[in-house]
Write a protein that binds this ligand. Sequence first.
Ligand code: GLN
Length: 241
Amino acid sequence: MDLRIAHLYPDLMSVYGDRGNVLALAQRARWRDIAVEVRAFTAGTAFDADWPDLWFFGGGQDQGQDIVGADLAGPNGDAVRASLANGAAALTICGGYQLLGHEYLPENAPAIPGLGVLDVRTRAGSLRFVGNLVAETPDGVLVGFENHSGRTYLGPNAKPLGTVVVGNGNNGEDKTEGAVQGKIVGTYSHGSCLPKNPWLADRLLAWALERRHGPQKLIPLDDREEKAASEQAAEVAKARA
Ligand code: GLN
């Protein structure tokens, strides 16, 4: 079995350790003897919609989002949409998350249209949300840290990834964090997210492998260290809240 990971705009959208999510996905697959290939898909290259099993789209600054938004407004955005419609999975963080929604409205600039594959809308606020993030989800506790001015609001076709326990999450108002729609996950959890949240990494791996290899029941890994890191991060976050 093999896994194909497309890393979207790694040169423009990979702040706060987000590329570590690609490393975590690849390593958790290789620990299960699954061959992995990672390819960079960035502005100015033509995206192959048929290749990826999973898209990773990290966070970035507003100026990076401008360039990426323009690229996604063309054939590359169509390719990502087609790929997701045909069973690929996606993990998107912060700025990437915002651009998979309908639009991102910066504080002092025109709106950047998003891909519209997540039913969310984001507008920048005046105050940045920076700090530890802990959210409860049906499949485990999500820990990380957030750094964004965007306030994201979910529409009826997206459901929250979790409920905020520490931090602000999507918008600092409705206690939601992240969004899930089909096999697409968006979150504000930087850090990188997946090494401390192995349950989410394995959910994405199973979804990605299913595209070409059918439904998967992944063999469990020894996650004692990952779980200890998650518990410690949650404890520190709660103590400092
Ligand atoms: N520029 C966006 C915001 O501030 C995304 C930031 C990020 O990806 N960390 O909300």
